[in-house]
Design a protein around this ligand. Structure first.
Ligand SMILES: C[S@@+](CC[C@H](N)C(=O)[O-])C[C@H]1O[C@@H](n2cnc3c(N)ncnc32)[C@H](O)[C@@H]1O
Length: 243
């Protein structure tokens, strides 16, 4: 497939397209990159090499937000930090018609892809995709809610990941020596950017769970819940800033 995009596998691919797809899989190119699309909570989302592939585990993050934040909530100001394909921002925008969202990523390829996905669902008037570093662009107390699936894998674990995962962008996975290199400044910046009593929903994994909780409490957050994914693994941390 030679990295071509949009994907060349249509509903009825020809022989050479199929051969290209098979060759890509033999090189352990992730299937999502071969197909150019994944479903996130039933929403088709385009994805291309250089952009993190949305995972089923991350759907728990949206289901958790839906548990705590009612649809009737007044206008919600939301930031999705490290948006990747834009899957979280899009799922939230479709569920909360009164929400306005900022989808931020440092990667130009992610920003381009998230913009394409946002346009596909005609959400450009409520979802703004911007290139940026964490929450640096936000003024104090301007957000009600932050969602994030940050890079949290300790650097030393990266070589143990399956070959497919190693073809995803390193900056989407690499959490630094202890897994918290991105999470620590994110927690710090969210304290300022969120209103008092604001919500932070963060995907994590068991190897970093205790360190993240400890750091969040030290910064003054209130731990509301730790929700499990469908595999019964601790996955989503629910935090609130002091009121
Ligand atoms: C694990 S991926 C999550 C993508 C998407 N939210 C999802 O759940 O499928 C993490 C994303 O964070 C982005 N990222 C890493 N460091 C960042 C930073 N300092 N500021 C903004 N985005 C960053 C990466 O480029 C990547 O797209």
């Amino acid at each position: 497939m030679g990295g071509s995009w949009p994907p060349t596998l249509g509903p009825a691919p020809n022989t050479s397209q199929l051969r290209g797809a098979l060759q890509a899989r033999q090189k352990r190119v992730p299937l999502a990159y071969v197909l150019g699309e994944v479903e996130f909570l039933g929403i088709p989302i385009r994805v291309r090499p250089g952009v993190f592939i949305p995972r089923v585990d991350t759907e728990t993050l949206i289901l958790t937000v839906q548990t705590y934040i009612t649809k009737r909530t007044r206008v919600l100001r939301v930031a999705d930090i490290g948006t990747g394909t834009g899957c979280l921002a899009i799922a939230l925008a479709l569920h909360y018609p009164r929400a306005r969202l900022w989808a931020i990523d440092r990667s130009p390829m992610a920003v381009r892809t998230a913009r394409e996905n946002t346009a596909r669902y005609r959400l450009e008037s409520r979802v703004w995709v911007l290139r940026g570093d964490l929450l640096q662009a936000f003024r104090p107390h301007t957000l009600d809610l932050v969602v994030t699936n940050p890079p949290y894998i300790p650097t030393s674990h990266l070589p143990t990941l399956p070959p497919e995962v190693q073809q995803e962008p390193k900056e989407a996975l690499d959490g630094g020596p202890d897994g918290l290199s991105v999470i620590r400044p994110l927690l710090q910046q969210a304290l300022d950017a969120l209103v008092p009593g604001g919500w932070l929903f963060m995907e994590i994994a068991p190897p970093v769970r205790d360190r993240v909780i400890h750091t969040a409490k030290r910064f003054g957050y209130r731990l509301v819940a730790m929700e499990k994914d469908l595999g019964w693994i601790d996955r989503v941390l629910v935090l609130r800033t002091p009121s």
